[in-house]
Design a protein around this ligand. Structure first.
Ligand SMILES: Cc1cc2nc3c(=O)[nH]c(=O)nc-3n(C[C@H](O)[C@H](O)[C@H](O)COP(=O)(O)O)c2cc1C
Length: 202
């Protein structure tokens, strides 16, 4: 028996999408069954078309399954990812989170480990405030927050962010050091989920 991890994210231009894939890989490496899910796009086509990178990403990810509340029921652990929007969570991901009231009332997310990852254009452009905003939700869900801390060299190699993997978009697409930190975060989440279920860990 293993654990089930839901990686739920929003991405306009692909950085958080790449982080989400890396978190999913890390969780799978720890033996987890993973659902990688994007939340629905809410922006009008006119806004998307005004940014070729945004349009290209939307068109390239139509095959990624869309997140549903059932994914949160199914999972033993959660990883949420969002780009920074003025230091906060993107409305698209927040909209999905704001549909979880019924699950929250039934305690579906309670006692389950949860973690978050993000990307902002600037190194100091709101990465940490975005992660902490996502962690506010986890507090309300009653989840067990599993931030990376300084528990692995991969965290330092990606810039030393103990709150969660954070990619500075100004550097271009996430480089291997950042993807490695995201994979580590996924592995750590799945490993702690296993421990909480009393399962053996490697
Ligand atoms: C409306 C809007 C607000 C943003 N706010 C910030 C911000 O506060 N700080 C920052 O560094 N980047 C900001 N960005 C840039 C994105 O967070 C950044 O490009 C991120 O890497 C995009 O991730 P994605 O490729 O997954 O969409 C903003 C972008 C948009 C469109």
């Amino acid at each position: 028996m293993s654990v089930k991890v839901a990686v739920v994210y929003y991405s306009s231009t692909g950085a958080v999408h790449q982080l989400a894939q890396a978190v999913a890989e890390g969780a799978e490496k720890a033996g987890a069954e993973v659902r990688l899910r994007r939340v629905p796009e809410l922006a009008p086509d006119a806004a998307i078309d005004a940014n070729p990178a945004w349009r290209a990403h939307v068109d390239a990810t139509t095959d990624v399954e869309v997140a549903a509340l059932d994914d949160l029921e199914w999972a033993d652990a959660y990883a949420l990812g969002s780009p920074t929007r003025f230091g906060n969570v993107a409305a698209q991901l927040k909209q999905f989170v704001d549909t979880t009231g019924g699950l929250w009332q039934r305690g579906v997310m309670a006692d389950k480990p949860a973690t978050a990852f993000t990307s902002a254009h600037n190194v100091h452009g709101g990465n940490e405030s975005t992660l902490l905003a996502l962690y506010n939700t986890f507090h309300h869900w009653g989840s067990v927050i599993v931030s990376p801390g300084f528990t692995d060299p991969a965290v330092y190699a990606a810039g030393g962010n103990p709150y969660g993997t954070a990619h500075p978009g100004a550097n271009g697409a996430p480089a291997e050091n950042v993807l490695a930190a995201a994979r580590y975060q996924g592995t750590r989440l799945a490993t702690i989920a296993k421990r909480l279920k009393g399962l053996a860990v490697d």
